[in-house]
Design a protein around this ligand. Structure first.
Ligand code: FMN
Length: 336
């Protein structure tokens, strides 16, 4: 079975990619993912806040001078208690990239076009085959306009693109007024890949303890429908590669995304649930399904259930909605 895939110019042995998660926090973790058969590994994200903290620390150390060096050292414990910093990240990236055959992609999480974008270059120098820019931005301030939010994405992308020569993928959420136009704008701004979609943490309320609880839940299969709908719509309409993320639990989910038009299919929740070795189960299942359906290569099936170019997309989506509602009204949920 021919599973080899091009992703942003990177030659992958197959289209299954381990997306950013705690599974890539160690070299052994990355090696386990690679050994399980994935085509590439995205490291967990290095956060803009971590970079700012380190920059502030360095500035304070420089200001302090040698006579107050002892005092400067007292800053370190506070930082050490936090997440591993950028130096640790770059070292992990360098060792992981050297340890495995598959491409290792560095992930930067930032929402402002600040000087930290230079870290993308440091990631490249440490051996990142590409950069995934994880723009996790929820405009909580109700005065921020939609256009400003969009521009912020473009500005961050442009800064990172200027800093590196390796491909840059952008991981975004689905909450734009016109997700399609935003995809076109990112494509025009030079995004080599679009990773659809980021899942936003949605805090819950615990009525017993009267507290707000923020947790990162694992995904469910049904959540794949939103990114899949957009991948099917964007297929053939952007130059950027399309990476699917969210809701892959079984081999059929990988097949669904490829049929919609994904270049690569990412997975985290399934690997956290079943262990990194589950990637081999997903890949074996994909090959078995391809054999049953008579496909010899992923290129033969990619995008065959996308929205065909030339379709009136708005009418297409509206027809799907109206048709589904009619069907539901006729039978699915009645009679009461
Ligand atoms: C525990 C956990 C940690 C994650 N950490 C990151 C991260 O550091 N950076 C990132 O871009 N996405 C992160 N994600 C999101 C995943 O990469 C992925 O996009 C998301 O979970 C949807 O895919 P899935 O349904 O296969 O889990 C994390 C997800 C989980 C569950």
């Amino acid at each position: 079975m021919e599973l080899s895939t091009d992703y942003m110019g990177l030659a992958l042995r197959n289209p299954l990619v381990a997306s950013a998660s705690p599974l890539s926090r160690t070299v052994d973790g990355v090696r386990r993912l690679a050994d399980s058969g994935v085509g590439a590994v995205v490291l967990y994200s290095l956060f803009e806040e971590q970079l700012r903290r380190e920059a502030a620390l360095n500035a304070r150390l420089a200001d302090a001078g040698t006579e107050s060096f002892a005092e400067s050292l007292s800053y370190f414990p506070a930082v050490a208690e936090e997440e591993p910093g950028p130096r640790h990240y770059l070292s992990l990236l360098e060792r992981a990239a050297a340890a495995v055959e598959v491409p290792v992609i560095g992930s930067l999480n930032g929402v402002t076009p600040g000087g930290w974008a230079g870290y993308a270059r440091a990631m490249q120098e440490a051996g990142a085959a590409a950069i995934e820019l994880n723009i996790y931005y929820l405009p909580g301030d109700p005065h921020i306009s939609g256009r400003d939010v969009e521009q912020r994405h473009i500005d961050v992308l442009t800064r990172v693109k200027d800093a590196v020569t390796v491909p840059v993928a952008v991981k975004v959420g689905p909450h734009f007024s016109s997700t399609g136009e935003m995809a076109l704008r990112m494509d025009d701004a030079g995004a080599n890949g679009l990773v659809l979609f980021n899942r936003f943490v949605q805090p819950d309320i615990d009525p017993d303890t009267l507290t707000v609880v923020s947790t990162v839940d694992l995904s469910s299969q049904a959540e794949a429908r939103l990114p899949r709908t957009w991948i099917a719509l964007l297929y053939g309409r952007v130059r950027a590669a399309l990476a699917a993320t969210t809701g892959v639990e079984e081999p059929a989910d990988v097949a669904r995304y490829l049929l919609a038009g994904a270049d690569v299919v990412m997975t985290t929740s399934a690997l956290l649930r079943h262990g990194p070795e589950y990637a081999a189960v997903l890949l074996d299942g994909l090959s078995a399904w391809m054999a049953r359906k008579g496909f010899a290569a992923v290129d033969e099936l990619r995008g065959i259930l996308s929205v065909a170019p030339g379709t009136d997309e708005a009418t297409h989506e509206r027809a799907g909605y109206v048709g589904a509602l009619r069907k539901a009204n006729r039978s699915a949920y009645g009679p009461w």
